[in-house]
Design a protein around this ligand. Structure first.
Ligand code: COI
Length: 364
């Protein structure tokens, strides 16, 4: 039976003035709407108790399994306001399906796609005023569904009680410096994921394991780290929170193939589709880090960019490692291909271009 989300309205929502103040400069991941969605799963009872309730602290026992064994997965997607005032999300079924795949890998229960979509609709409906107005730059309402082992039990086994929630956060640019290219550090000591591990799942542990590499990069004057395959430290994988693309001088768009250790980004797969409209030839394969280093020097690699839901498309500048540096091909605001793919994607998301692939789903 499908979940319904009963509404418990917040008695003290943010005032119109306070909300307007936040929406004028939302940043990323700092402010949250008045409500959140939740549902509970138990081994005996399945999914039940769907509700929209005031956003606020959650109560779990100190022995809740997620706090000890990290049995959790999450998603990230956005709600966009169109010119006519309607609110849409971009390929939310793809997020629902990825959360099901992530859940299988983490031995968590799968939330059916219809219930996932119903939770988003119910939350956006009650907090619709938090979706930034059309034409206010790249602002949106970032939706963060997550699923975690809330059972109070210290034995290592799949939890018998799991909680699903969605929180929503008005969002501006993920990187406050806008399109300024990010400087990347090659993480040679730390890997993000290994073969047979959880690299393809959207689970907190992958992000936690990327932090030491990122920190090392920051210590070396970089913004982000790029991770290599853990077996040979030869092939490019991803940034930890974003996938990577390289544009060649003969019109190919290269990205590391999905080997089970890389997150299958929704933005990544959308770019592979859109590239064909822009006359580019997408190519998913293993890419040696050496090809990047050599390619930017000899002109074979013309542009590099990173992508993800939160940051959309971010130009990549210099590539740095212990004892060396490859130059940037990104100029001040990214190359021509990077900017045109970014524009094509945003135009569909904000309803400024025809949605010929049926990627948009109306939320409100
Ligand atoms: C996203 O792009 O939505 C992500 O999940 C990346 C990061 C904010 C965790």
């Amino acid at each position: 039976m499908s979940l319904t989300f009963d509404l418990e309205r917040r008695p003290d929502p943010a005032s119109d003035e306070r909300r307007a103040e936040i929406l004028a400069n939302p940043g990323f991941g700092v402010y949250f709407t008045d409500h959140m969605a939740s549902a509970t799963w138990t081994r005996d009872g399945g999914w039940h108790d769907g509700r929209i309730h005031p956003y606020g602290p959650i109560t779990i026992m100190p022995s809740a399994a997620v706090l000890h064994y990290a049995q959790e997965v999450f998603e990230g997607l956005k709600a966009y306001r169109h010119e006519d005032g309607s609110v849409w999300s971009f390929r939310p079924e793809a997020n629902a399906e990825r959360m099901q795949r992530s859940a299988r890998r983490l031995a968590l229960p799968e939330l059916p796609t219809d219930d996932f979509l119903a939770s988003l609709r119910a939350l956006v409906e009650v907090d619709e005023a938090w979706v930034p107005a059309f034409g206010t730059g790249e602002t949106s309402l970032y939706l963060r569904p997550f699923l975690y082992a809330s059972e109070a039990f210290l034995g290592v086994r799949p939890a018998n009680e799991v909680t699903y929630s969605v929180i929503a956060s008005p969002a501006g640019a993920y990187f406050p410096r806008g399109l300024k290219p990010v400087r990347l550090w090659i993480s040679e000591h730390y890997a993000r994921a290994g073969v047979g591990g959880t690299g393809a799942a959207k689970t907190g542990g992958n992000y936690a394991s990327s932090l030491a590499g990122q920190l090392e990069g920051i210590e070396h004057g970089c913004d982000q780290a790029v991770f290599l395959d853990s077996a040979t430290h030869t092939y490019i994988e991803e940034l930890g929170g974003m996938n990577l693309f390289l544009v060649t001088d003969d019109g190919r768009l290269l990205t590391p193939e999905l080997t089970g250790t890389i997150l299958e980004g929704v933005t990544r797969s959308s770019i592979l589709e859109l590239a064909k409209d822009l006359g580019l030839e997408p190519e998913e394969r293993r890419i040696e880090i050496q090809e990047w280093k050599d390619g930017v020097r000899d002109g074979h690699i013309r542009e590099v960019f990173a992508c993800g839901t939160a940051a959309v498309i971010t130009p990549v500048g210099e590539l740095c490692w212990d004892g060396g540096e490859a130059p940037s091909t990104a100029g001040d605001e990214g190359g021509e291909v990077t900017r045109s793919i970014r524009q094509a994607l945003l135009d569909v998301q904000y309803g400024r271009a025809e949605d010929s692939r049926g990627w948009l789903t109306r939320l409100a």
